[in-house]
Design a protein around this ligand. Sequence first.
Ligand code: ATP
Length: 226
Amino acid sequence: MAEPSLALRGVERRYRTEAGELPVLRGADLDLRAGEIVALVAPSGTGKSTLLHVAGLLEKPDAGQVLVEGRDSGRLGDDDRTALRRGTIGFVYQFHHLLPEFTAEENVVLPQLAASRGRREAEARARELLSAFGLDHRRDHRPGRLSGGEQQRVAIARALANGPKVLLADEPTGNLDVGTADLVFTELLEAVRGRGLAALIATHNPELAARMDRTVTLRDGYVVGG
Ligand SMILES: Nc1ncnc2c1ncn2[C@@H]1O[C@H](COP(=O)(O)OP(=O)(O)OP(=O)(O)O)[C@@H](O)[C@H]1O
């Protein structure tokens, strides 16, 4: 069978707090395969964001491995790990995290420039993506002038800008009203399925989880159901 797009092997992550050490992940294992959309559903505070940040190479695990298409990210230096993240992983946050002083288009262009794509090509790709999310008329607007749903659509377009293999999302529609959440979530699923990506999407909403291929949860620092 082909290599998983993303694999966690025995991942541990603990935080130092005033009350002592807090072990959040104690040995998390997970395989995400191309074309597979997995829901991450677990109670608040059990480590969903931590798992996503470690899986997305935004935080390093204290032990264990994060393998991206078979490459052990722990063996890479900072620059190579950043390049691997930029080229293979798209991340969508609950709150859009767009850069407020840049237009919608620039927000989708910038990560491409960071990944060494030329400006002209990056702009063409940003326009294509924004158009696919129905945002042609919002291209030149800054995030503050966009609705919550539009902001999240731009954030999704940005996550897809470098043609990732894996999409990770932390409550991507958790900040939207029910109707908008449903629409944006549908567009997100279509974008992920249409591109054959592997995806891990944290949600508190069982109806959204039911629309994904399978569900995993976190219990005592382990992934259950993965
Ligand atoms: N940087 C940090 N330093 C110290 N403790 C942290 C840090 N980040 C997270 N934690 C703690 O780790 C635990 C897991 O947090 P995390 O945000 O991963 O949970 P979560 O399942 O995503 O929660 P929620 O559903 O509320 O977003 C919590 O107890 C949190 O307070």
